[in-house]
Design a protein around this ligand. Structure first.
Ligand SMILES: C[S@@+](CC[C@H](N)C(=O)[O-])C[C@H]1O[C@@H](n2cnc3c(N)ncnc32)[C@H](O)[C@@H]1O
Length: 271
């Protein structure tokens, strides 16, 4: 199996050619079943279709791909499925199935909260989060607990015995285990990492997942890699990686990104 390679084609066909249990970490950000086309203004060729007749058709499309992803994941591996309100509950039920990860191997529902334009008051609360479902294949899996700052009330020092406290420009805080809701800025119009690929995810989001759920030298797979955010984060954190996307435009963009940012040679294979 070749790593540091981008495969262009339907991931179902490409995954079928991979051996069993060869990947340490999988992140996917597939179509969400949102019944729309995603495009960036002025970049008509950078688009992907997210239209399914209904949620059943969406799940029917995803299921064979998920079975292949499950097969290629190592017993110590982790799986992250990025989705949103359109299908997250149905996807959870699918992944809880005994032919996939199973209810007992569910680890977290991560809520990625972001700010974006268009938050005017309407007929409901603004929808400003995505869901990332985190499963493992067994209960013996790689996990590096990350920590985050938790500011003290009033930003003042507590000076409790045995509690380590730190101070920055905002005030005093302790370090606590990272929670399952993440506030990370989305890739907005003025963001330096923006590649004008629709629904591009922030590098910081993928770095967090990869740092928590893999070790240096591990193999990270993204079967719906878009403009290569997972691959870039994996390369930055010294992991091996495999990318797949059905769109030749996405695959070329990913290759350009990896070669430009990291000065490496990327293999691009067409099905
Ligand atoms: C939401 S985008 C991924 C964005 C990516 N996370 C990023 O940061 O750029 C979904 C991608 O899935 C790809 N895709 C859709 N169906 C596919 C399939 N059957 N096999 C491989 N890729 C597919 C689309 O071309 C699109 O690039």
């Amino acid at each position: 199996m070749r790593t540091n390679t981008i495969y262009c084609g339907d991931c179902l066909d490409i995954l079928r050619r991979l051996p069993d249990a060869c990947v340490d970490l999988i992140y996917i950000d597939p179509p969400f079943g949102s019944n729309r086309d995603h495009a960036v203004m002025g970049k008509a060729h950078r688009r992907f279709n997210d239209r399914f007749e209904d949620v059943d058709a969406y799940l029917e499309y995803m299921k064979p791909r998920l079975l292949q992803l499950y097969r290629v994941l190592k017993p110590s591996g982790s799986f992250y499925y990025h989705c949103d309100w359109h299908a997250s509950h149905y996807v959870k039920v699918l992944l809880d199935g005994e032919d996939l990860f199973g209810y007992r191997n569910f680890q977290n529902e991560i809520v990625w909260c972001y700010k974006s334009g268009g938050a005017s008051p309407g007929k409901r609360f603004s929808r400003k989060h995505d869901i990332i479902l985190f499963y493992t294949k067994t209960d013996r899996y790689t996990f590096h607990g990350l920590r985050e700052k938790s500011y003290n009330r009033g930003f003042k020092a507590y000076r409790f015995e045995g509690v380590e406290e730190y101070c920055d420009e905002a005030g005093w805080y302790t370090l606590v285990g990272m929670k399952d809701y993440w506030e990370i800025g989305m890739v907005g119009r003025t963001s330096g990492e923006r590649l004008d690929y629709p629904t591009q995810k922030p590098l910081a989001l993928l770095e967090r997942i990869i740092a928590a759920s893999s070790n240096e030298g591990d193999v990270v797979l993204d079967a719906f890699c878009g403009c290569g955010t997972t691959l870039a984060a994996a390369e930055k954190l010294k992991r091996k990686w495999i990318g797949m996307d059905i769109s030749p435009v996405a695959c070329s963009l990913s290759r350009l990104r990896l070669e430009g940012d990291y000065g490496i040679k990327v293999n691009l294979q067409f099905k």
